[in-house]
Design a binder for this molecule. Structure first.
Ligand SMILES: [Zn+2]
Ligand SMILES: [Zn+2]
Length: 394
């Protein structure tokens, strides 16, 4: 099959898939499921894949809500990555319903080339982006070993083909004290809430002395059970972010020291649990630029990538350091609309967002065609990967 014919077929496929894809996007949006609890979304997406002839593996990498759909044979392997987790209480305020539907549409459109496919299309379900690092678990389980390029996108308020992202690790901090009657015998108690307060004050005291691009933000999950009992147990969740993984590990040690100091001062003990470390991001500019060209031709003007300041994090970072990967952004809301907000959630369910998502799916599918049918383009993508480093803020 000629390259032009493949591009034409892929555009037609996106057109044909529009209705069921939009329905699926709305269904996921209306039924938000949090990190690693995305059972319905994973079920709906894998049914969609099976119905269209994909070989489906689920569960994947030890996660019930992870999956891999595959069509074709041999190399190159082009993977579209899907996210579908929502946030507690505010639902799909990160718009992952669009990531899921758009990635699925791109994969299904490329797979519609059937026996003409010179390689393998994979649609990989990567659960738990907001909290549990599903992609990191999959990476460690070898899911991406044979993948030549991984493509996904993220909705937001700006259309830009790449940006940097900070590394992050979640630290759970638990203080253990001694319970006692808060009025009758407080001298016999050791106050785990006092330790927790000291910990947050110590972290705040450190803020002036960390890099401007670093971020420390946490919540107290458990602060005690009754006001007339000296709390013998408290728990907090603290996110530690810095520009690189190394800087994040160094900052994490300082945060742990704050907690150890607070425990010592209050006669309590402290225990820690660390989540997966989300890495900084290495965008493949060759591949992302190509996606941008297609997206522009579909009527979406591009903004310059923002490479300054602190920003959010994603487990695509870890994947992007291992294989060529892209994570472009698609505007579905007016410039400046904050992520993780009620407004962003409502935009992610709007008709306009579904149309924009289909355009992004088409752009990703066209880039997939180029990766499969044009060995020179794939070689360019790979040679950039071999020599480039992560994107870092100026
Ligand atoms: Zn997100
Ligand atoms: Zn998010």
């Amino acid at each position: 099959m000629y390259l032009e014919d493949a591009h034409r077929k892929v555009s037609q496929a996106i057109h044909d898939l529009a209705e069921p894809i939009i329905q699926l996007s709305h269904k996921i949006h209306d039924n938000p499921e949090t990190s690693l609890n995305e059972h319905q979304a994973a079920q709906w997406i894998t049914e969609f894949l099976s119905e269209r002839g994909f070989r489906v593996r689920k569960p994947l990498a030890g996660m019930d809500t992870a999956f891999l759909g595959e069509m074709g044979a041999e190399k190159p392997v082009v993977a579209f990555l899907l996210e579908y987790d929502a946030l507690p209480e505010i639902g799909h305020a990160c718009g992952h319903n669009l990531i899921a539907a758009g990635g699925l549409a791109a994969g299904a459109a490329l797979a519609s080339l059937g026996t003409d496919l010179p390689g393998t299309v994979q649609v990989i379900g990567t659960p738990g982006e907001e909290k549990d690092g599903g992609k990191i678990i999959e990476l460690e389980a070898g899911v991406f070993t044979e993948v030549d390029a991984a493509l996904m996108f993220h909705p937001g308020s700006t259309t830009m083909m790449w940006r940097h992202s900070t590394a992050v690790v979640e630290l759970t901090v638990q203080f253990h004290g001694v319970a006692a009657h808060a009025a009758g015998s407080p001298q016999q108690g050791r106050n785990a809430l006092a330790a927790m307060i000291q910990f947050f004050v110590a972290v705040d005291g450190m803020r002036q002395h960390i890099a401007e691009t670093s971020r420390l933000h946490g919540i107290i999950r458990h602060g005690g059970s009754a006001a007339n009992v000296i709390p013998d147990f408290t728990e907090a969740e603290m996110l530690v972010r810095a520009i690189t993984s190394d800087d994040t590990r160094a900052l994490l040690e300082r945060v742990r020291a704050c907690a150890e100091g607070a425990a010592l001062a209050t006669g309590c003990t402290v225990t820690f649990a660390e989540g997966p470390l989300y890495s900084e991001r290495k965008n493949n500019h060759t591949l992302a630029t190509r996606v941008g060209e297609y997206l522009q031709s579909l009527g979406h003007p591009l903004e310059e990538p923002i490479l300054k300041g602190g920003t959010g994090s994603s487990d695509i970072g870890n994947v992007s350091l291992a294989i060529p990967a892209i994570h472009p952004y698609l505007a579905i809301a007016p410039q400046g609309t904050p992520g993780h907000s009620i407004r962003m959630r409502d935009y992610a369910g709007s008709d306009e967002a579904q149309q924009a998502m289909l355009h992004m799916a088409e752009a990703l599918a066209h880039a997939g065609v180029d990766l499969m049918f044009d060995p020179d383009f794939l070689a360019l993508v790979k040679s950039e990967f071999a020599v480039s480093g992560p994107d870092l803020p100026a």
